[in-house]
Design a protein around this ligand. Structure first.
Ligand SMILES: *Cc1c(COP(=O)(O)O)cnc(C)c1O
Length: 388
């Protein structure tokens, strides 16, 4: 007798935690040092070395914390404005409010879903202090063009690179452009994870120094080195009301091994994305754009866009996928549609024609490195069944 089992559910994402990560966490627990210490230091050094370009890495407990630190370090102050694309997670904009500054929420490119240099040029004015490009799905913004307009308009550049490890623009890895700071996320569903975590990468010694001090209560460790003898381990100086944003060694223990697996993860994601693209080429959808030749896409997300001639709308599509045990998501509900951002800044849908068009059809399909061919076959069959 054969029992008929329903096929296993396909989650939207799953962390890929190996035995090395588990052993390292256990070793960390046994070591007696579980908060910030040698593993966190090693993690930030290893990841900075992976990114390259001589960047310094400052490990923190989330990308949100890292973005906050980076904006603070470049002097974003009450009343300043920071240009933020509407097609992002609320974290990108909320950190601007933490500092009493205001996000200038702007539309994105209709094709790449990214912020463009032209949009920055059109919106920058005397109040604009900084700009925050977000590399949506892992497809990098055009950082040469954005860097040029930022120099011309005297804007600081803080990249929200939560999706972009590893990605490149103009042949240069994200993290190594001339931005003031670049912030990566290691949240559970990102391309590598530490459970929760983030990294600020920067080439600028002053930004790195300020982020390090503000990451841990405004304690100046250089003062410790300058004014005390090696024996006075108890001495420290507080130079600012800092934050509590340090990464623990327990989290870094996971990350140390995730870094080693990152090139393999990227290759797997590339392959999964290519397979989706080929399978959906004849459907009423817009496929996610590819990077320019020679550049790397991190493929954190695979965002399909249902076209107006699709046989069902986005919400129905997601519900029908869920009925078949397949979890999809939406990246993103644009910021201008959320009550807080809409009402605080008087944002109306007609100010964001491209994001509105994207939001009518955007759906993110499951994409994760533990995805099996059978998992992907199920997703492909379900998508084709609904859209053909
Ligand atoms: C995940 C994400 C963040 C926040 O990352 P955390 O590490 O969870 O703070 C910020 N911006 C974007 C675009 C994200 O997707």
């Amino acid at each position: 007798m054969t029992a008929s089992h329903p096929p296993r559910a396909v989650p939207f994402a799953l962390p890929d935690i190996g035995e090395d990560e588990i052993a390292e966490v256990v070793a960390c627990l046994r070591s007696g040092w579980i908060t910030t210490g040698p593993r966190a230091k090693q993690f930030e050094q290893d990841l900075a070395a992976f990114i390259g370009g001589g960047v310094a890495g400052i490990a923190v407990n989330s990308a949100t914390a890292g973005l906050h630190l980076a904006l603070e370090a470049v002097g974003v102050s009450p009343g300043d404005e920071v240009i933020v694309p509407t097609m992002t997670f609320t974290a990108s904009a909320e950190v601007v409010r933490y500092l009493g500054a205001h996000p200038r929420i702007v539309d994105v490119d209709a094709g790449t879903m990214n912020l463009t240099a032209e949009t920055i040029a059109a919106h920058a004015d005397a109040k604009t202090k900084a700009v925050m490009p977000v590399h949506i799905a892992g497809l990098a913004c055009d950082m040469a063009a954005i860097g040029a307009v930022a120099r011309e308009k005297n804007l600081r550049v803080i990249e929200d690179a939560a999706h972009a490890l590893p990605a490149s623009s103009g042949g240069k890895r994200i993290g190594t452009h001339d931005s003031d700071a670049i912030v990566f996320s290691f949240y559970a569903n990102k391309t590598i994870t530490t459970g929760e975590g983030g990294l600020v990468a920067t080439k600028h010694a002053d930004v790195a120094a300020r982020c390090k001090v503000m990451r841990l209560h405004g304690i100046d460790r250089d003062a410790f080195a300058r004014y005390t003898s090696a024996q006075a381990a108890w001495y420290y100086e507080v130079i600012a009301p800092g934050f509590k944003y340090n990464m623990t060694d327990l989290a870094a223990a996971i990350g140390l091994h995730q870094i080693k697996r990152l090139p393999g993860f990227q290759a797997q994601r590339e392959q999964l994305a290519a397979r989706y693209r080929a399978a959906f080429a004849d459907l009423p959808v817009t496929l996610p754009p590819l990077p320019p030749a020679g550049d790397v896409h991190a493929w954190h997300l695979f965002i399909l866009r249902l076209t107006p001639d699709a046989p069902l709308d986005r919400d129905t599509f997601i519900a029908r996928m869920a009925e078949q045990g397949i979890t999809c998501s939406v990246h993103f509900i644009p910021l201008h549609r959320h009550p807080y951002w809409r009402d605080t800044y008087g944002l109306r849908p007609e100010m964001f024609p491209n994001a509105e068009a994207i939001f009518r059809g955007n759906v993110s399909l499951p994409l994760f490195t533990r995805m099996t061919d059978a998992d992907q076959d199920r997703v492909i069959a379900a998508v084709r069944g609904l859209l053909r």
